[in-house]
Design a protein around this ligand. Structure first.
Ligand code: SF4
Length: 359
């Protein structure tokens, strides 16, 4: 059985041997939650019967929704089916938990959806709650798309989903076939009609995936989680550095920028006494200036506040506001400007993986 909300019109037309025009109508009906048992204008009965016989519209199971008291931030915790495969029963076991975050943008009524691409993650970054879970499984295309549909359904009149960021649970470039297809569905005018330029895929740094992303989705922005611009520190924080050094990752990111013309987002989570000192600020500025020279575009630097995973087992501490300001100031003096990334919702554990890790 094909999960219909995870299919583009082209995929649907191929799977059921129907015309592309009919497939577009059916995809549009699925994403607007129309009942496929009803006739659809300009779709032949025989086509609709074929799609109904071989396809279905599975739903995610919402376990918990937490709304921030501070702003319109929301965190949704879903329970996945055990396999998530189209055709598998949704109730074939307790499944695993994953999360989605609705992030308010500066303009009132506009939201970005932070989606998960895997349940858990194999890459084990030391500062990440998801990394502590290990990899449970990849999310399917429909499970990625459904996170955005779910958020959209909860919006009020006049509100809308502006963008999507792959920065929830998991390493999206380790589930790249499905992530690429999910983005195609999200951008398709018959489906979620999201502007590809408002989508960012954040990676800890898999060079071949970065290059493929540039080839296949040249309008989608790249996000890099750096950990530290100093090799020895990055290696301690991000085991992936043993396989792909920051130099190799940045070479791929330069190629990405040259191919797409897009400046990447660089994310750095500041950890007290680990990567927030002056030497780290200068090393990051060096990397950013070198990148700009080679790629022709400047990276957009996002400095994130660390959210404690739990007080006993967590070896890291959030950098003080003063220290964070000094870090930014050092960067500014080097001619590198940083964004203070949205850090609302801290009352509902805003950092990636935290809600699922707490269950
Ligand atoms: S930061 Fe990203 S890549 Fe690293 S463990 Fe967490 S989810 Fe995986």
């Amino acid at each position: 059985m094909l999960a219909l909300q995870g299919a583009t019109p082209v995929a649907l037309a191929e799977a059921f041997a129907i015309s592309l025009a009919e497939a577009r109508k059916i995809v549009s009906a699925v994403h607007r939650q129309k009942d496929l048992r009803e006739p659809l204008a300009e779709v032949r009965r025989v086509s609709l019967d074929r799609v109904r016989a071989g396809g279905h519209v599975p739903e995610l199971t919402l376990v918990r929704e937490e709304a921030s008291q501070l702003d319109p931030f929301r965190k949704l915790l879903f329970r996945a089916a055990q396999t998530g495969r189209a055709g598998s029963a949704v109730d074939d076991g307790p499944g695993e938990l994953f999360e989605t975050v609705r992030i308010p943008l500066e303009r009132a009524g506009r939201f970005s959806v932070c989606v998960s691409s895997q349940i858990g993650c194999a890459l084990a970054c030391a500062f990440c709650a998801t990394g502590r879970l290990g990899l449970r499984r990849n999310l399917e295309i429909w499970e990625i798309v459904e996170q955005v549909r779910w958020v959209r359904r909860g919006l009020r009149a006049g509100e809308r989903v502006h963008g999507v960021v792959f920065q929830g649970m998991g390493e999206p470039l380790a589930n790249l076939d499905r992530v690429i297809e999910a983005i195609r569905v999200l951008c398709d005018p018959s489906a979620q009609a999201i502007d590809a330029r408002a989508i960012t895929v954040c990676t800890s740094g898999l060079p071949s995936g970065i290059r493929r992303l540039a080839r296949e989705l040249p309008k989608v922005r790249l996000g890099l989680s750096l950990g530290s611009a100093i090799t020895e520190v990055r290696r301690n924080l991000m085991p992936i550095d043993d396989t792909f050094s920051l130099d190799a990752v940045l070479d791929a990111a330069v190629e990405h920028a040259q191919t797409t013309g897009l400046s990447p987002m660089w994310a750095m989570t500041l950890l007290q006494g680990i990567n927030d000192g002056e030497a780290h600020a200068h090393a990051l500025a060096d990397r950013a200036l070198d990148f700009a020279k080679r790629a022709g575009v400047r990276p957009r630097l996002s400095i994130l506040a660390y959210n404690q995973i739990d007080t006993e087992a967590d070896p890291f501490v959030r950098t003080s506001l003063d220290r964070e300001e000094q870090f930014r100031e050092t960067m500014r003096q080097r001619g590198v400007f940083t964004h203070k990334r949205y850090s609302g919702g801290s009352d509902v554990a805003a950092a990636c993986g935290q809600l699922a890790a707490r269950m």
